[in-house]
Design a protein around this ligand. Structure first.
Ligand code: NAD
Length: 495
């Protein structure tokens, strides 16, 4: 069985650690390869190479750096079908969805092509007599990116195009569940002409993560994953004096007002609840229906669920399997919890008949009504195709419910009342809001990030905040020889 390695200094580095983990094809339910887990020596090698490469890369002209980013974009556009197949093979999401995530990542590459514009500093002439003050934006050096399994291409691309275009060297630690996309992208960088060592991949588990968190030559950490790990990353990286942004989990609510277009609501609930089998941090997992529309809405949603084709992502199905058997079983266990807690399971995904191998990690779309607010089905992030419905009597009751969640990643309101939508956008305590849009993922030149336990740190991904995260500002105050300098003066200048 093949052992997926690291990518260091422009080439594959086979792991010598003797530690490794299985990689599955979730649609077949079989192990297809192993991934090597980095040990301390491999971490040291990757960081040392990245550090060395970062010095030359920082001093490359902006024009040369920009040309390489452009080339990466062109190659990605031409070859993204290959990358999508790899993602479908290891993650399970359907091919069209894999292509979608690459396209969203590519938008960040396109944003990074314009980096010289953001890198322009500011200049104040004659701030004091014959004194000029100006600022320059410099890279941080070596930065670490630690990513989750659910977007093996897009989430790394939220960060690395911006980091690289700003002049940093990157070490990406992808999820051990679907490690091949990172290697594919590393090879593409080499093909695009990126100097060796500027983009590196370290495979592994907690040991690789801790190696980056504790390494004095790693200046910043960008993390995306579950909330408990995000908190740990934030605390540890901060304790070690690093800049850190750590994006965590989510429980996204969709508030449906009685005046909403219920056809649009049903289509949106299906797309946002079951796309990528619910394994999206911006998936809708709770519909908050303001009565009296719940029964009518449920009928439209269940009609649509009956048409969803679950199966192998290479066979033009709508929804693929879950990523591992363990995750599939954990998600399915919430259906039992719902029954125990007295909710109404309207559609039970455990009975699905997939268009795929019987051993695949299948769970069909599941719809649960009247979920008690005390049930774990409501309070915990499930991260699978399980959509809950909570019925409320008023807009205010729905808004309070959303605001009492520990998470604040995304939310959506469906209504035809502009005033209600406007109040919602003003009062809801969530970072990304959709108005008649179920998955409001911001475009690349805006920034992505939630509130509360969905983001630790004060910088969101990409856009200007992402750019600021990967640069540090120097301010220079200069005076050129001037015979009228005024002699000795121990006070601050009085201009
Ligand atoms: P995860 O937290 O299990 O893993 C994320 C990364 O952390 C992986 O690279 C993993 O190897 C590493 N890791 C795992 N355990 C660790 C530990 N004990 N110490 C150090 N590192 C560790 O998350 P996942 O299951 O891969 O991804 C799903 C989660 O990610 C969900 O909670 C989802 O909401 C979240 N997510 C959030 C966003 C967002 O933008 N907020 C985006 C995508 C996914």
């Amino acid at each position: 069985m093949s052992l997926i390695g690291h990518y260091v200094n422009g080439q594959i580095l086979n792991s010598q650690s003797g530690r490794h983990g299985p990689v599955f094809n979730p649609a077949l339910g079989v192990e297809i390869s192993q991934v090597g887990f980095a040990n301390q020596a491999e971490i040291e090698l990757a960081v040392a190479n990245a550090k060395k490469a970062s010095v030359d890369w920082k001093n490359q002209s902006l024009a040369k750096r920009q040309a390489i980013i452009f080339k990466f974009r062109e190659l990605l556009e031409a070859k993204k079908g290959e990358l999508a197949e790899l993602i479908t093979m290891e993650h399970g999401k359907v091919l069209s969805d894999a292509l979608g995530e690459i396209t969203r990542g590519q938008e960040v590459v396109e944003f990074a092509c314009g980096m010289p514009h953001l890198l322009k500093g500011e200049f104040s002439e004659n701030a004091s007599t014959s004194v000029d003050v100006y600022s320059i934006k410099q890279p941080l050096g070596v930065v670490g990116i630690i990513s989750p399994f659910n977007f093996p291409a897009m989430v790394p691309m939220w960060f690395f195009p911006v980091a690289i275009a700003a002049g940093n060297a990157v070490i990406l630690k992808p999820s051990e569940k679907d490690p091949s996309a990172a290697i594919w992208m590393a090879r593409l960088w080499t093909e695009a002409g990126l100097p060796n060592g500027v983009f590196n991949v370290l495979q592994g588990d907690k040991e690789a993560v801790d190696g980056l968190l504790n390494h004095p030559d790693v200046s910043a950490i960008s993390f995306v994953g579950s909330t408990p790990i995000a908190r740990y990353i934030y605390e540890t990286a901060a304790k070690n004096g690093k800049r850190v942004q750590a994006l965590g989990g989510a429980k996204n609510h969709m508030l449906v007002l009685p005046d909403a277009d219920l056809e649009l609501v049903a289509d949106s609930a299906i797309n946002a609840g079951f796309g990528s089998a619910g394994e999206r941090c911006m998936a809708i997992s709770v519909i908050v229906a303001v009565e009296p529309i719940a029964d009518q809405m449920i009928q439209k949603i269940t009609e649509r669920i009956a048409k969803i084709r679950v199966g192998d992502g290479r066979r033009s199905c709508d929804m693929g399997p879950l990523v591992t058997r363990q995750h599939r079983d954990k998600v399915a266990s919430y259906i039992d919890i719902a029954i125990q807690d007295g909710a109404d399971v309207l559609v039970d995904g455990r009975g699905v008949n997939p268009d795929g191998d019987a051993n695949g990690f299948w769970l069909g779309p599941t719809l649960i009504d009247k979920v008690p607010l005390t049930s774990k089905v409501y309070t915990e992030e499930i991260f699978g195709p399980v959509l809950s419905i909570v019925r409320v009597k008023s807009f205010d009751e729905g808004l309070n419910l959303i605001n009492s969640s520990e998470f604040g990643n995304g939310t959506a309101i469906f209504t035809s009342d502009g005033g209600a939508a406007r109040r919602f956008q003003n009062e809801v305590e969530v970072g990304m809001i959709g108005i008649n849009v179920p998955i409001p993922v911001p475009v690349a030149y805006q920034s992505f990030g939630g509130w509360k336990h969905s983001l630790f740190g004060d910088s969101r991904a990409h856009g200007e905040e992402g750019f600021r995260f990967f640069t540090q500002t120097k301010v220079v105050t200069s005076r050129w020889p001037d015979p009228s300098h005024g002699g000795i003066n121990l006070g601050f200048p009085q201009n």
